[in-house]
Design a protein around this ligand. Structure first.
Ligand code: NAD
Ligand code: 13P
Length: 354
């Protein structure tokens, strides 16, 4: 492989945290780790930023590039100087061989439309999706790596794990899982992201990693409901156990080639479910939903400061898919989360018939 060039498509809290790690690794080159298959990274890592005016400060990209900090989505974290914020998506991926897709899942379609235009992607490019969500169309369900592969015609891996963005950005020790379609993808993406405090474990289950990241957000809403109703650790642990079983069963039923070990053994499974259900945004908003009676849209606006809530959209998508397949009764927890969130069902019914 020639010198690899990394592009980060997305600059929210997780996008910026991943960009920071990739840029630090690119600056170190890291070629010696996998000298047999590639010869190092291009020093500059570009990150796509949706341009906006920051009152009193100027354009967001200019602020990020002059202060080396993303004040809006990852405040008080220094970013490496070789990480460059760029407002034009086509410019970001120009010449890039390793493309990290990390926009909130509801905004991916226009990004893929732009990237799929002729001549935009470099020959031999690969992608990885760090997006936690799914795409549902009637009785069909697609993972994002699958959609990205189809739409862009390039191999796509999945990255997911117990990774609250701010904790990762502050270099607190954690792990992540990458689901890869080939050993070359494993080696390259490992080189992009692995570092002493962010340990990367490649596995062959792309669909399992991607689905786990989406489904755990639905279970994290249930965990937030439990907190909102004032129950303790026993109840939350029971909900997480039942939720984990539904996550694994769903994946086995609709993506039979994926592995149940992804859920039980890897950071993308049980570990991500735990951290999100204790420290994540989905949990936080679900607790406030019960306590305040406000809508999720209002709570997202009030509590997340421009960050995006993924689990509520996913709960609706999963419910609609299960309904279309006539399988809601097989997934009582997912179904209850939808009905409490969207149909005004009494949260106390969460425990009925589980
Ligand atoms: P975020 O929740 O911080 O959202 C902010 C981002 O959304 C910004 O880049 C903003 O420009 C963009 N955005 C807002 N409105 C938009 C629009 N109309 N069109 C396009 N973009 C728009 O983003 P994030 O935390 O980086 O999340 C990206 C993905 O990473 C999600 O799927 C999330 O589940 C996943 N993830 C997040 C975390 C975390 O701790 N934040 C950890 C792991 C995975
Ligand atoms: P939230 O979106 O609930 O904050 O979850 C973040 C996450 O995916 C941690 O791995």
């Amino acid at each position: 492989y020639p010198i690899q060039k990394i592009a980060i498509v997305g600059s929210g809290s997780w996008g910026t945290a991943l960009a920071r790690i990739a840029a630090l690794n690119a600056a170190e080159k890291k070629a010696s780790f996998i000298f047999q298959i590639f010869s190092g990274f291009d020093h500059e890592v570009r990150m796509w930023v949706r341009e906006r005016e920051i009152p009193g400060q100027g354009l967001l990209t200019e602020v990020i590039n002059s202060t080396h900090e993303n004040h809006r989505y990852l405040p008080d974290v220094s970013l490496p100087h070789n990480l460059v914020a760029v407002p034009d998506l086509v410019e970001v991926v120009k010449g890039a061989t390793l493309i990290v897709l990390v926009v909130p899942h509801q905004f991916l379609t226009p990004v893929l439309d732009e990237l799929s235009k002729p001549g935009v992607l470099a020959p031999g490019a690969r992608a990885i999706s760090a997006i936690k969500g799914v795409e549902v169309a009637g009785d069909e369900i697609y993972t994002f790596p699958w959609l990205i592969e189809k739409k862009l015609g390039i191999p796509c891996s999945a990255l997911g794990g117990a990774n609250i963005a701010m904790e990762v950005a502050q270099s607190e020790f954690c792990e992540t899982t990458i689901g890869v379609p080939s050993s070359d993808d494993a080696a390259l993406w490992h080189a992009v992201f692995d570092s002493p405090m962010f340990r990367v474990h490649p596995i062959e289950d792309v669909a399992g990693v991607s689905l786990s990241g989406a489904l755990k957000n639905v279970v994290a809403l249930a965990a937030g409901f439990v907190d909102g109703m004032g129950y303790g650790g026993n109840t939350k642990a029971a909900i997480l156990r039942i939720g984990l079983l539904e996550m694994a069963a769903f994946t086995k039923e609709f993506f039979p080639s994926s592995s149940s070990l992804t859920f039980s053994h890897h950071s993308a499974g049980v570990a991500d479910l735990i951290t999100t259900s204790f420290g994540g945004r989905n949990r936080k908003c679900a607790e406030a939903f019960i306590k305040s009676g406000k809508s999720f849209a209002q709570l997202e606006h009030e509590l997340l400061k421009g960050q995006k809530l993924q689990g509520v959209v996913t709960a609706e998508e999963i419910y609609k898919f299960l309904q279309a397949r006539g399988r809601t009764e097989g997934y009582p927890l997912f179904t209850k989360v939808y009905k409490i969130s969207f149909e005004g069902m009494d949260p106390k019914t969460l425990f009925d018939d589980l």
